[in-house]
Structures are given as structure tokens and as C-alpha cells.
Design a protein around this ligand. Sequence first.
Ligand SMILES: Cc1cc2nc3c(=O)[nH]c(=O)nc-3n(C[C@H](O)[C@H](O)[C@H](O)COP(=O)(O)O)c2cc1C
Length: 371
Amino acid sequence: MKSAYQPLFEPFTFRSGVQTENRIMVAPMTHYSSNDDGTISEQEIPFIGARSDGPGIVITACANVHVNGKAFPGQPGIYDDAHIPGLKRLAETIHAKGAKAVIQIHHGGLQCPPDLVPNGDVLSASDLPEKGSRGLSDAEVKEIIEGFGSATTRAIKAGFDGVEIHGANGYLIQQFFSPHTNKRTDAWGGESASDRLAFPLAIVDAVKSAVATEGAENFLVGYRFSPEEPETPGLTMEDTFVLVDALAQKELDYLHVSLMEAHSKARRGADETRSRLSLIKERVGKQVPIVGVGSVHTPAQAVAVLEDEDMDFVAIGRELLIEPNWVNMVKNGEEANIQTVIKVSQKETYTLPEPLWNLIMNARGWVPFEE
Ligand SMILES: Cc1cc2nc3c(=O)[nH]c(=O)nc-3n(C[C@H](O)[C@H](O)[C@H](O)COP(=O)(O)O)c2cc1C
């Protein structure tokens, strides 16, 4: 391996005691391929297995914690004990290749298509007629918070090494934090960013309490968030600072900043000449490790996320769809052979579930491909 890439292969021990061999995580990627009842399908196992040899941590696709939170066809579920055997197989597949297994836990909120949720009842923080959502009652809010707790218990029973709370990408947790979608005036909303943090923080507490109740040692709890929204009103970097200040008090194992471009600059609410990641790192300091992600294709780019942005970890998503063995290729000094485009003629070599393959073929440019 080239010495310049050594920073990617430094081991790390998290607050919870979980150890990882290196600084590379597989970013969570929805694959639209679980069975209709949310159980793990045959297609998912080779897909995940092929991408678990090398990275220190594999974060699996977001799994819904409540039947009313399903956001994609073929989304894995973690809201019922019937999901545990398949999840166990998924965790074992990852462990067999030497990586730690983390499952992302999620509720889609207003992003759930009506045909995927009971009675077409699309839920969010508030009644938003233009988006087709109904505001959750206080009892329903509490039920979903408990859902995150029970999902954590199931992840532990299935043998996962951790959960990542999906507070990013405009799904329910973010909908509660955002002034754009949370218009509530009760205990789950309010004018200030800290008022609107009640739901996200209650979820963190429910997850941590499930870990404590299970007596799970060496179990990671991470939190993923999106730093800004384009809408006005919408989340700004200033709001993100309020969020990370609060999360830093929660003794989490890591924060994961969801971005499509790791070096993207702040839009508003902070110095717009600086990258979001460097601003977040400056705010958080050494209180909790941070994961950067977004358009990392080469090992030099991965090192730049660690060094230029001062991140503790780098996550890689689409690149691993194209080159499942990316990490070992870097380790073995074979980086010159890393592919950055899917070759359609070699479809069988990618172990991509059919629905994900079809999506890639239909969304030009998103994951590059050629004949
Ligand atoms: C097919 C696909 C599915 C994704 N599913 C999820 C998901 O379930 N949860 C999530 O937080 N992000 C999801 N993302 C976002 C990725 O985790 C990642 O942040 C993004 O793709 C940018 O990283 P990359 O450039 O390395 O792909 C998904 C991305 C892709 C391409």
C-alpha cells in the first residue's frame, strides 16, 4: 500500500468499546430489494457480502421502525420480531467478511408513498396539505419514538454491532427538526431550533435506553443528519450547530454528515467560503467522532476527507456499487485498477440486486455506466 493512504487504515476504538480496523465505512444504501413484508431477501446477501470485505464498518440500508414509516418499495423492516432472523443473516454475512455491522434505523414521514403505508395515511410533524401529510398526535409521536427503541433491541438480538439513527435526507426525524415541516406548538415543536429538537433527542434517548436495558456492551449508536435545507424557512448551518451541540452531550459513538459532495460549502448561517464539514468539525471538536461522505472515488480523495476536512472517518457509497472490492484494492496497492464506471456488459460481476440495477440504468449520471 502507498504510504499516503496509511491514514485510511488506522484502527479506532469508539466510546462504546467497538473497535474498527480502519477509517472506511460503507455508506447506507437503499437497494429496493427486501421482501414485501420487510424481511431480508436472497438478493441482499451477496450484495452486502461483496461489499463487506475490507471496510471497517458496513452501514446497511435504512430499515423502517414502524409499519407507517415505509418510504421505499423493498425497504427492509425492523419493526417486527419476524424481521430478526433475516437481519441476523445479514449481520452474519457482514461479520463473515470481517467488518462490523451497523443498521440504519428510519421512519420516512411525509416521504412515504401513500401506497406503502396503512390506509394511505402519510404522517409528518404537521398537517401539510401541499405535501399530503397529516400531523402525528402526541400518542403517535411517542409510539414512533418507542419504535426506534424496539428497533434497537431487535438490532441487538440480530447480532448487529450498532445502529445509526437516520436523522438526515428529509425523513421524519429531520421533518421534526426543520421549521419547514414542523409547525407544531406543543412539546414536539416551537419557534426555536432547540424546541424542535425534542423529537430527535427523545429518539436518541430511546435508543440509548434500549442498549442499556439489553445490557449490550460494545454497541455503537451513531446519528446521521443533513446540515442544510434549500427551503426558506429551512435548516441552516446555525440550526446544525444547535443540533450538534445537543448531540455532543448524548455520548454517541459518531455523527455522520450526509452530503453528496464532501467538500461542499455552507449555504447560509455560517462562513459561506468554508466547507460544511470543516465548520461542523470546528464546532464539535473532539467531543464525538465525525464521518464525512460524498463523491469519494479515489483513495487520495478519501484521505483528503480525513485530512483536509479533519474527519475521523470517511464513508463511501456509490463507488462501492461500482467497485465492491475498493478497500482491499487500495490496501494491496492496486488502486490504479479501481473502476469508476459500471460496465453494463459485465452486469453479473457487480452483485447488484435487480431493482437497484434498473434504477441505476434509468437514472443517468447518478452512478456512471457505459456499455
Ligand atoms: C442507491 C443509494 C441508496 C441510498 N440510500 C441511503 C439510505 O438508505 N440512507 C442514507 O442515509 N443515505 C442513503 N444514500 C446516500 C448515501 O449514503 C451517500 O450519502 C451518498 O450516496 C453520497 O455518497 P457517495 O458519493 O459515496 O455515494 C443512498 C445513496 C445511494 C446512491
